[in-house]
Design a protein around this ligand. Structure first.
Ligand code: CA
Length: 230
């Protein structure tokens, strides 16, 4: 993806320089903003293709930057990857619910950062999976229209909310969704949903997935993720 503009928002100059250098080496064009206000100014001048947003910033923190971006229709669609310190799970949850696409925990490997950036940009270029669209993987088929799930070629019975949650996660492989995001998706189906109810549903889905149960991964303190194929 040569030529894509990545805005690195990071107050630690050495980290910002390492990120910018490696992104450039991967063929991206990188610029750096050293705090939240600078980031918003940079975005107003020129809309980047993706923002790597450190959450711990002086003056205006990363979550506030994310909140302001997502509130502005002109900037809401810019993909955001949050960069967080270990243990900032609560902030990660808030950020994902604000609309950030992903997060990376410090200390990170530069290789992983570049891979995540590419993954998010690639995902943005694909047409969205869309509600109700069939998902066909080698050993798993989810066809919401026919209310059908096939695991390794065998049909599996699922409730409406189980199928909806599985479809939601499987249509965004590799992305963590918070419990609230899952609740928002299944609200209005056959279940009174709470955080705890989401966990119960996941247990049920895993049981029915059998050999594929470990594809539904718990991300501690944050939510759930459908693992990308290895
Ligand atoms: Ca920082």
């Amino acid at each position: 993806m040569p030529g894509k503009d990545i805005l690195v928002v990071e107050d630690e100059a050495d980290i910002a320089a390492i990120l910018a250098h490696n992104l450039e080496r991967e063929g991206f064009s990188a610029s750096v903003a050293a705090d939240g206000e600078q980031a918003l100014k940079a975005v107003a001048r020129r809309i980047p293709d993706l923002i790597l947003l450190d959450l711990m910033l002086p003056r205006m923190d990363g979550l506030e930057v994310c909140r302001r971006l997502k509130r502005d229709p002109a900037h809401a669609a810019i993909p955001v990857i949050m960069v967080t310190a270990k243990g900032d799970d609560a902030d990660v949850v808030v950020g994902l619910e604000l609309g950030a696409d992903d997060y990376i925990v410090k200390p990170f490997s530069v290789k992983v950062v570049c891979a995540r950036v590419r993954a998010i940009l690639r995902r943005r270029e694909e047409p969205p999976a869309g509600e109700g669209k069939d998902i066909r993987m080698r050993d798993l088929v989810i066809a919401p229209g026919r209310h059908e799930v096939m695991v390794k070629g065998k049909p599996v019975e699922m409730t409406a909310s189980e199928l909806r949650i599985l479809h939601l996660l499987a249509s965004r492989p590799g992305m963590v969704l918070t419990r609230q995001q899952i609740i928002d998706c299944v609200r209005g189906t056959d279940y009174a949903v709470t955080d705890r109810a989401v966990d119960v549903q996941i247990v049920g889905i895993r049981r029915k997935l059998g050999a594929l149960a470990d594809r539904l991964e718990t991300v501690r303190g944050v939510g759930y993720r459908f693992k990308e194929r290895q």
